[in-house]
Ligand binder design. Structure first.
Ligand code: GTP
Ligand code: MN
Ligand code: MN
Length: 368
């Protein structure tokens, strides 16, 4: 196999795409701690340490048992001294001193808060932190010139940081279907992202849209967005059924164009896509859980939705890529899948795994 070079003879495979990682995490106490250290490393732009903590955390998530002693960590690929010490401390004392002091540090708390705002990355968060800002109120009262994304992120902060439920994803799907079928009746819409991996909630909803006949999908994203945006006002008073509508067409456009240029991460990334915020109508009282900060008269929730339009010939790659999590990041950038600009053609995800001589990993086993 193309992956055998770095693999040790130990039982735990080195790469995430060789491991089955379900949502049933037997080592949550450990992975939560490592996640905090990884985030903190990221806040200090220490890529090496970030990767070290993330890799070990990812392996722990794949284990079908709870680690109870450091002895059982023998044969654990890439386990460094630092991670070993953290795990040992938690197994012995229940807590790790380093993790405790990180979570109590002002820097960690502020950067975690700021990076939770849509449109804010570590660099920006750090800049604001150094300018002595600590709270959302500080930011809102400041003279900072926010990007369009950040403005939206702050405006809808409560909504956008409240997890999206599967039921909400289903409602949004209905509106997307309605808009898509209007222009392309034979289109196929697939829910990807965390929901496809079996998660009950997500930070957004990801849809892939294709058509069995290559080329039919061209230009669809613009039409769908325009249609959905035009629904604002038209159906505003219709509260009899749930529907997702764009909060504001100008916001939609800004998000789409900016992200498309920025996030060209792999060769399989030239699809039409749109990163949007939709307005999800909610029945009175239905928004009870988690909707605490919403004003009484606001009957809707802002939800992040990603729409990706894919030609059928590349659907398998796009589906793999947009299902996540680590597994897809690894595989989609793998050079064996393309030479010059010729892609190995795959009709289904299974064929991509087979081409790389990997055992097939089902979506719900990709929660690395
Ligand atoms: P939740 O949304 O929190 O449930 O998690 P998620 O796994 O769905 O994350 P997210 O919606 O951010 O991304 C879903 C998948 O799409 C992940 O595997 C990402 O790597 C992938 N993805 C996100 N943005 C891009 C992009 O610009 N290009 C490509 N190719 N993939 C992307
Ligand atoms: Mn998602
Ligand atoms: Mn997404």
């Amino acid at each position: 196999s193309v992956f055998s070079a770095g693999a040790s003879s130990a039982a735990i495979p080195t790469y995430a795409c060789q491991r089955r990682t379900t949502l049933n995490n037997h080592n949550k106490v450990l992975t939560d701690a490592l996640k905090i250290l990884a985030e903190n490393a990221e806040y200090y732009e220490s890529v090496g340490r970030y990767l070290a903590f993330t890799r070990v955390s990812s392996i722990l998530k794949s284990l079908p048992y709870a680690v109870t002693s450091v002895d059982s960590l023998r044969g654990f690929p890439g386990l460094g001294e630092h991670c070993r010490k953290v795990i040992e401390e938690i197994l012995e004392d229940g807590v790790c001193q380093e993790v405790e002091s990180v979570t109590q540090s002002q820097r960690y708390q502020t950067l975690t808060l700021f990076t939770s705002i849509f449109g804010v990355g570590v660099k920006t968060a750090e800049k604001w932190y150094k300018e002595q800002h600590q709270t959302l109120a500080d930011l809102r009262a400041s003279q900072i010139r926010f990007t369009k994304e950040q403005q939206v992120g702050l405006q809808y902060y409560e909504d956008l940081t409240t997890p999206v439920t599967r039921a909400e994803a289903d409602m949004i799907r209905k509106t997307v279907e309605e808009a898509v079928y209007r222009y392309l009746p034979g289109a196929v819409i697939t829910l990807a992202g965390g929901f496809r991996r079996g998660k009950e909630t997500g930070h957004d909803v990801d849809f892939l849209i294709t058509h069995p006949e290559e080329g039919k999908e061209k230009g669809l994203v613009t039409k769908v967005i325009q249609h959905m945006a035009s629904q604002v006002g038209l159906r505003h008073s219709d509260t009899t059924h749930h529907q997702a509508i764009m909060s504001c067409s100008s916001v939609v456009r800004a998000l789409a164009s900016q992200k498309c240029r920025k996030q060209e991460t792999s060769k399989f990334d030239h699809f039409e896509r749109c990163f949007t915020i939709v307005k999800l109508n909610q029945e009175l009282g239905a928004g009870g859980q988690g909707a605490g900060h919403r004003p009484e008269d606001k009957h809707w929730k802002a939800v992040r939705v990603d729409l990706v339009i894919v030609p059928i010939s590349q659907f398998a790659y796009a589906l793999l890529g947009w299902t996540g999590s680590q597994v897809s990041k690894m595989l989609c950038n793998f050079p064996h899948l393309h030479s010059q600009n010729e892609y190995f053609s795959a009709a289904a995800e299974e064929e991509i795994f087979a081409h790389l001589e990997l055992d097939y990993i089902a979506p719900w086993e990709r929660n690395a």
